[in-house]
Design a binder for this molecule. Structure first.
Ligand code: S3P
Length: 175
């Protein structure tokens, strides 16, 4: 296993909304016998309200503060030696500080899912505040690619077959 991963056993799944981070992360953790955590779920649990409510009542900036705290908390567990697959919200890796922390303390993997598939998946869902305006949503997809590209690995995620994506991840030269 990669020395860094041995020392800090964290696999961090990043990528745009709807790219399958949570579903893939759960299955990947299962396959590895590792813990799984989802940063959005952590935030909702800690705050006792939904992500959409946090955006609507407190604004995106405050959400980002909570997100940064939640990321740090999980990474600390990894630093203590707890092997973990972590699914991050689509905006978490845009923050340079988060990028640095995640990059240094585990392995970052970008699930790169094409825009049309993302739109199909999110069609009819209303729980993502940043997906409400279709034009802004498309712009965000384009704007974020440079940041996502800074992940250590990129996995083509143009399929709804979660186990096929997990199989691709397990082929990475990190295990
Ligand atoms: C966001 C993505 C969401 C959630 C929030 C903001 C983003 O997570 O954190 O709505 O900025 O891309 P998912 O990527 O799990 O949908």
């Amino acid at each position: 296993m990669l020395l860094k991963l041995k020392r800090t056993p964290g696999l961090y799944l990043i990528g745009f909304m709807g790219s399958g981070k949570s579903a893939v992360g759960r299955l990947l953790a299962d396959e590895l016998g590792w813990s799984f955590a989802d940063i959005d779920e952590d935030i909702e649990k800690a705050q006792g309200v939904s992500i959409a409510e946090i955006f609507d009542t407190r604004g995106e900036q405050e959400f980002r503060v909570l997100e940064r705290e939640a990321v740090r908390k999980r990474v600390r567990e990894v630093e203590c030696g707890k092997p973990m697959v972590l699914a991050l919200g689509g905006g978490a890796f845009i923050d340079p500080e988060n990028r640095k922390i995640l990059g240094e303390r585990g392995v970052t993997i970008w699930l790169d899912c094409p825009f049309p598939r993302i739109c199909d998946r999110l069609d009819g869902h209303t729980d993502r505040p940043l997906a409400r305006d279709p034009e802004k949503f498309r712009q965000l997809f384009d704007d974020r690619r440079d940041a996502y590209n800074q992940a250590e690995h990129r996995i083509e995620a143009d399929t709804d077959d979660t186990s096929a994506i997990v199989a691709e991840i397990l082929k990475l030269p990190i295990f």
